[in-house]
Design a protein around this ligand. Structure first.
Ligand code: NAD
Length: 537
């Protein structure tokens, strides 16, 4: 690749050669191809260009052209047009689920809920929210009472959305839908492990009648992403690892491009002695092993009050051991017979195995799992529960991004809070207690972007709530009013209403100074309620 980006790219890809003649409509130049495969069967699903910097810039130009008209539409009209996209996805739910399941090998039910349903809900909610959030707002003019003041929101232009492979459709659509509602065009850079998600999204957008090339796709690996970062886009919305996030921020600094960083996590669950044990154990197993733990907001650590620790471990171990692991080749009558499948990214195996080895060497116990399934061919790592863990172990500090739940006994919830906060990450956390007020008191002390009581991760599905992290889990938000406002710039307006000349205009005289001092003394000494009410906010 060009532009000296070799040292910044992510993991490797399978390349082959491609030659194309330049034209306005086709990607320019000669470059490599990227092969998309089903991670379990290895079946080739398609090939896409591995775009270089020139091809990426071309996608940005296409998007910029499409944005001019789109950004000039009223927000209600844009939301209406996004409604057509919602209809298309909902109408093709089965087909879209199948396509995502083939790209990721995830169970069809999980793909249907976490990807297809989640995206329809997202579009539905953003359509409802955007006209309110993005409407111009009157602002009190304060002391300058002869002015009218308001603020409005304008689209940024072209947004780069760089997305990961673990929930590829939802995590691409989250920034796309908000960015489009706010009047932007988008260039999506999907993960090299799930590159066909871009093609699918463009196909759906075309079928919904969205303007051509309003959503463009830059397919490729980390070098393509790095080129997109430097392509002159107006904002970068990144979802991926903390390590890549750091590189993107360094690249974005060159053009002072603003960024949103949705990064890694090491989510804790805190289980109080009064927790509903049946619910807490079932919630732990789902929160840790859904999508085989390949989620930023998977539960990776559990801090459990000593009084209920053994009971909790017994229940979790039994349920984790009973999860049905396998592969659903297609959406058939047997769909629903598999709870978890295999790892999507082969290299993740090294991370998982080295963390478990390190933990065991330092005294941890493997309560269940802890190996690849001997009877299945592929990266079927078993749902694994570790006990007797502590914070000297990698598994309690580094992101695992796989099917490992480490359970640590705590003497009290103060200790649980201290350990939960003893992390580089701060994405989400859950607290399990029969007392909501107690859980809130604990949650207020946690350094995380969200807190869930007696469930986990569910706040991501409530689109009105902002989602995002603190510390090395990133900054900026998706969803909520905050998520929409990431994709606009505010413009402050004032308009003169009455009066021939302002007292602060030239020429300046000694009497003006005396008046200014008197005015300040009169208006801002607290206790002069009525006068101060005149100033407004
Ligand atoms: P990754 O960082 O390896 O890759 C993410 C994307 O960045 C891919 O499209 C990749 O091609 C691209 N990329 C790689 N190097 C780049 C560079 N130098 N410049 C620009 N783009 C580059 O992450 P991943 O392995 O795809 O996903 C797993 C990670 O994502 C985990 O750490 C997980 O916690 C995180 N994640 C976070 C969230 C969240 O909302 N906070 C959601 C899902 C996943």
């Amino acid at each position: 690749m060009t532009d000296g980006l070799e040292d910044e790219v992510g993991h490797g890809t399978e390349r082959s050669s491609r030659t194309q003649s330049p034209s306005d409509d086709s990607p320019i130049g000669a470059t490599d191809m990227l092969t998309a495969r089903n991670p379990v069967t290895g079946e080739v699903l398609g090939t896409v260009p591995l775009m270089d910097a020139a091809e990426v810039r071309q996608q940005v130009q296409f998007a910029r052209r499409a944005q001019h008209h789109w950004g000039a539409l009223d927000v209600r009209e844009r939301c209406d047009r996004l409604g057509a996209l919602q209809d298309v996805i909902a109408g093709r739910a089965r087909d879209v689920t199948n396509r995502i399941a083939a790209m990721t090998a995830k169970p069809h039910v999980e793909a249907a809920m976490m990807e297809v349903h989640a995206t329809c809900l997202l579009i539905h909610s953003i359509r409802k929210m955007a006209p309110r959030v993005l409407a111009p707002q009157r602002v009190s003019p304060g002391i300058v009472m002869n002015k009218k003041a308001w603020k409005s929101y304008e689209p940024l232009g072209v947004v780069a959305a760089i997305s990961p492979w673990n929930v590829p459709f939802t995590l691409s659509m989250a920034p796309i839908v908000s960015a489009l509602a706010a009047g932007n065009a988008v260039v999506l850079k999907p993960s090299e492990l799930t590159p066909l998600i871009g093609e699918l999204i463009v196909e759906l957008a075309d079928e919904a009648g969205l303007p051509e090339r309003l959503v463009c796709v830059a397919t490729g690996d980390g070098s393509t992403g790095a080129a997109l970062v430097r392509s002159g886009v107006d904002k970068i919305h990144f979802t991926g690892s903390t390590e890549t996030g750091r590189k993107i921020m360094a690249g974005a600094a060159e053009n002072l491009t603003p960024v949103v960083m949705e990064l890694g996590g090491k989510d804790p669950m805190l289980v109080c002695s009064d927790a509903d044990m049946e619910r807490a154990a079932a919630g732990a197993v789902w929160g840790a092993f859904a999508n085989l733990g390949q989620a930023c907001l998977s539960i990776e650590r559990a801090y459990v009050h000593t009084d209920i620790h053994d009971d909790f471990v017994g229940r979790v171990t039994e349920q984790a051991g009973a999860l049905r692991q396998g592969y659903e080749p297609a959406y058939t009558d047997t769909t629903g017979n598999v709870d978890v499948t295999a790892l999507i990214r082969h290299e993740q195996l090294d991370v998982i195995e080295s963390q478990i080895r390190d933990a065991v060497d330092r005294g941890a116990t493997v309560a269940c799992g802890g190996r690849l399934r001997p009877d299945l061919e592929g990266d079927y790592y078993e749902p694994t529960v570790l006990t007797d863990v502590d914070h000297t172990m990698l598994v309690m500090r580094d992101e695992t991004f796989g099917p490992v739940l480490a359970i640590q006994r705590v003497a009290n919830m103060d200790e649980a809070v201290e350990l939960a906060n003893d992390s580089e990450y701060g994405l989400t956390a859950s607290i399990w207690s029969r007392s909501e007020s107690r859980a809130i008191e604990i949650g207020e002390r946690l350094a995380t972007g969200s807190v869930t009581i007696n469930d986990h991760t569910v706040s991501y599905g409530i689109i009105g709530l902002p989602f995002g992290g603190v510390k090395s889990s990133g900054f900026g938000r998706v969803h909520g009013d905050e998520g929409l406002l990431e994709f606009v710039r505010s413009k402050a307006w004032t308009s003169h209403r009455f009066g021939p000349k302002e007292i602060y205009w030239f020429p300046i005289g000694r009497r003006d100074f005396d008046s200014a001092v008197r005015l300040t003394g009169t208006l801002y000494r607290r206790g002069l309620g009525k006068l101060q009410a005149l100033i407004g906010r």
